[in-house]
Design a protein. Sequence first.
Length: 227
Amino acid sequence: MIFLNDSYIKEFQAPIVAVEEEKIITADSCFYAQSGGQPGDKGVVEVNGQKVNVINTIKHEKGIAHVLESAIEGASGDIQGSIDWDHRFRLMRMHTTMHLLCAALPYYVTGGSIGWEKSRIDFDLGEESFEFETLNQIINEFIQQAHPISYQWITSEELDQQPELVRTLSVQPPRTNGQIRLVKIGTIDLQPCGGTHVANTHEIGEFKFIKYESKGKMNKRVQFTLD
Ligand SMILES: [Zn+2]
């Protein structure tokens, strides 16, 4: 997928492979399909000379489904699309911050949700405790250290040999042709992930811890936002 290879690609053109009511499906897209707690992209597509807003993007058995504000009669041929970059870039910053929280808190992730206003991530601390108020300092230090984000692909077998890389039990890492993408943030975090990330932590801006809540034995929830 385009967004897996380069999360900074904002426009694409591709042949339509299926149309289902207000959904236009292409085999590949730069629009991120909702998954792993990250919302799908919004934007605009142009089909048969007609421009229509994309209100969400989801996975489809034939590829990626762009969910339109209203159906286009007789959609055929190619579509051209451009993503709402303000929306996507903020979600990329939020998503990359989730990895920094994983680096700060060495526990299993039991849930998470990325939002425009704020995001949350749940950890299973077991019997441990953590001074959550220190996150502002820890995460902002990670951001300022300007760690580059890079990718590498491994096989399922290679991942099975390194089970410690998997930080979340609730989301299976996506597989592309039997390969899994590892996301590496400098020297501080390495884990399989199919989401979109910034190229360097300094692009995140300022991290702001909102609150910590206990949502049961296995769910200690951290809420945060970005400036
Ligand atoms: Zn990720």
